[in-house]
Design a protein around this ligand. Sequence first.
Ligand code: ZN
Length: 187
Amino acid sequence: MNDSHDEFRHKIIGHWCTYCGDNAEEFDHFPPRAVTNYGLLVPCCRECNSHISTLYAFSFKDRSLLAKDKIRKKYAKLLRIPEWDEEELNDMAPHMRDSVLDGQRIQEIIKQRLAWDSWSYLKGIDIKNDIERIVVEIDLILGNMKREFDRSERLNKKNDQDLLKPKKSRQRACMAEYGAIGCDMVG
Ligand SMILES: [Zn+2]
């Protein structure tokens, strides 16, 4: 957290996690440190931070969607708990009823975290610094970087193919040559 590289980042102070609205205990580096030293430090809960910190997600939207996706997968079982009505609950043994009610309470919290509007929260948190403009700028730079990355990936692939081509044809030429010599020798 006290990394000296963070001095180039704008720190946004907020009580709630940018990605799910839970208690914010840490900061997420957006964009990730692997990409650049510049950008934002956004309030983040420990869970979301560990879910997305190692992932190389571009754009603020991608990161928000990813955090939600991780929560959805982690609590899939809890989210499947059916709703029981008052009568059904009353028919249950007390310990059973308590565990169902506990499950439903946690399920409700998970649903609220999944419905959290990251974008609105972040925009509203620090109006004087115009976070929206900063995020849009970062996303634009990241988009360009990604395009550049994809382009160089394509170029590398193409270069590999180009390098392989003459090698293959050289190999074929050699084989043909030796094959011919072999044939001559056998003949
Ligand atoms: Zn969170």
